[in-house]
Design a protein around this ligand. Structure first.
Ligand code: ADP
Length: 587
């Protein structure tokens, strides 16, 4: 940098000096030369007039002798010619050998009676002369002065000028070096400051107090650095607060970039996955396909997703929530191990109790039947008691059966045997299987809309769904009404068929819709019990449909009947849906 600034300054100085020298040389030389010529012409004119006065006539006696003396005294060549131009006397050459001078401009003027002058190269001597001639009687006299002296004098001036320029150049070089040194030193400080800033030394300052342009730049940069330092400190402190906050959170948290590289993790995650390294790929730490799929989907769709992580730590299950960030995502893991364990214990307990109750209930039902058979059909109160026992025993048997079914569906023990089956076949089977039951309740089943589109389903499980829904319709709708079944294409992106079961029953108020599929939730408890309900039918429906990767919902208005709807995946996307159904089942 130093050399460059130095050379730039030097080049500027050299250009100024050279231009000044050339200009000076040209101007001074010209005016100097002109003034010298003028002086010489003036003095030569005076001398030639004196010469003319001394000689006066061409017939002047001792002309050659006088001419020679005058020449010496005037320090110039002296010549005398007659009116025809013939040289009569000359101090520098032999007159007979000299040519006629009548055509010389100065003699022309002199022969016409004036003093004439002319500067030109001499034919005889080959150097430039100034000629001045004056008239005399019968001719003219002339003095010639060599101008080589002028050239010598100008040459001397020029030499002095060049010497002065050379001196100025040396001074310019020294000054340029000095100035370059000063500027470079200040610029170097700015450069070191910028490098310091780039390497994170935000407290660095230039502190240049001068008020010139470099000083102003330095002051502006110092101000910027101060601002940067303040902002950085504020950022650092909020980052520390944020980090402390996240580290104090018990849930493992990890942040990833959009190319799924780990950007940051809190203490809980580092303890859970000790091999974690920042900038590593997420896939090296989290191998759960469900979680990776959720991350992929969240990054692609920019919305939150969740999935279960079973492979993060041996024997532990986490609910992973993936929330998108501007350039990546944050994964929060919520430990479900204990909840799952309690849930499993509860399911096992219910299943065991239900299982254990089966045998004694069958026995109670058997003995009640035997006792009823042997009791006369009179108004005997014993028979009444036995009928109550039989009714309650069969209710308990239904309850234990439903509990067992629900436990099997919830735990995933009921493995779905998925196959591609036309929607129409599922509807037709439902109609055939439940026609008898409907007839008993004075209802008719009617298939309103069917479709040959294949769906992915376990036909037995779906028959259980239809059974529960149609039996509910039988239980709650008035006699001599119709139960309508149907299926339609949802026409949404995920290609699903939606099945429905509609009745003309009492309908269900909207406030119950949200909780209707919970176990033991009943809208009208007395009515359900009276109808022999267990409160588990819709919970079983929900779990079977969820295990198929579908959804359930209800459309109902009080007094206008109810429609229960559930979706199943179309077989065209069989692979994908089987995957999502089996994923749902594993949940
Ligand atoms: P339940 O064995 O009591 O029928 P469900 O889980 O099958 O249990 O149904 C839950 C509750 O939803 C029922 O108690 C009933 O109040 C209401 N429900 C279900 N289906 C219908 C229907 N088709 N019409 C009116 N109410 C219904």
């Amino acid at each position: 940098m130093r050399t460059r600034i130095f050379f730039k300054l030097l080049a500027a100085a050299v250009i100024v000096i050279v231009v000044a020298t050339i200009t000076l040389d040209f101007a001074v030389r010209r005016s100097w030369e002109a003034s010298l010529r003028q002086q010489i012409t003036l003095s030569l004119t005076q001398k030639v007039e004196l010469f003319a006065h001394q000689v006066q006539d061409v017939s002047h006696p001792g002309l050659a002798q006088d001419v020679s003396e005058i020449s010496k005294a005037a320090n110039a060549r002296a010549t005398v010619i007659n009116s025809s131009g013939k040289v009569l006397a000359d101090s520098g050459a032999d007159p007979p050998e000299m040519e006629n001078h009548a055509t010389r401009p100065e003699f022309i003027a002199a022969l016409q009676g004036h003093t004439g002058s002319n500067a030109r190269r001499s034919h005889t001597l080959g150097i430039e002369f100034l000629y001045v001639a004056a008239p005399i009687h019968g001719g003219a006299v002339r003095l010639a002065y060599p101008l080589t002296e002028i050239l010598e004098t100008v040459g001397r001036v020029r030499k002095t000028l060049i010497e002065a320029s050379a001196l100025a150049l040396i001074i310019a070089i020294l000054l340029a070096m000095l100035a370059a040194n000063l500027i470079v030193r200040r610029l170097r400080r700015i450069m070191l400051f910028a490098e310091g800033l780039a390497s994170g030394e935000l407290s660095t300052r230039i502190s240049d107090n001068s008020s010139d342009e470099i000083g102003q730049v330095a002051a502006a940069l110092d101000k910027t650095a101060r601002r940067l330092e303040d902002t950085f400190r504020a950022l650092e402190s909020s980052r520390n607060q944020f980090e402390t906050l996240l580290n104090s959170v018990r849930e493992p948290v990890i942040a990833i970039s959009s190319d799924q590289k780990v950007l940051w993790s809190n203490g809980a995650f580092s303890r859970l996955v000790p091999q974690l390294r920042i900038r590593d790929s997420l896939i090296e730490m989290v191998r759960d396909p469900e979680v990776l799929e959720a991350v992929h989907a969240s990054l692609a769709a920019h919305d939150a997703r969740s999935a279960k992580a079973r492979m993060l730590a041996p024997g532990r299950i986490f609910q992973c929530t993936v929330a998108p960030m501007p350039s990546g995502a944050v994964l929060v893991f919520h430990d479900l191990t204990e909840i799952e364990r309690v849930e499993k214990t509860r399911r096992d307990f219910i299943a065991n109790v239900s299982h254990e109750l089966r045998t004694p209930l069958t026995s109670i039902q058997g003995y009640t039947e035997t006792l009823l058979d042997s009791t006369p059909k009179t108004d005997d109160p014993v028979r009444e008691f036995l009928l109550v026992i039989r009714r309650n025993a069969s209710r308990m048997a239904r309850l234990t059966e439903d509990l067992l079914k629900l436990a099997r569906v919830e735990s995933g023990e009921w493995k779905l045997e998925l196959q591609n089956i036309p929607a129409s076949a599922l509807l037709a089977d439902a109609e055939i299987n439940l026609r008898g039951s409907a007839t008993q309740h004075q209802k008719k089943i009617f298939i309103e809309h069917s479709s040959d589109q294949e769906v992915v389903a376990d036909p037995d499980a779906i028959q259980q769904v239809f059974t529960n829904l149609i039996e509910n319709a039988c239980k709650y709708a008035p006699a001599d009404t119709q139960i309508t079944l149907g299926v339609r294409d949802t026409k949404n992106e995920s290609r699903q068929m939606e099945f429905y079961v509609r009745d003309s029953g009492p309908g269900i108020a909207a406030e119950h819709h949200g909780r209707l599929f919970e176990r033991f939730y009943r809208v009208d408890r007395a009515r359900s019990r009276e109808a022999g309900g267990t409160g588990l039918g819709l919970a079983i429906v929900k779990h079977i449909v969820l295990n198929h990767g579908g959804t359930v919902r209800i459309e109902s208005v009080v007094g206008q009947g109810s429609t229960f709807l559930f979706t199943l995946q179309c077989a065209a996307n069989a692979v994908h849906h089987e995957e999502s159904a089996s994923a749902a089942q594993s949940r």
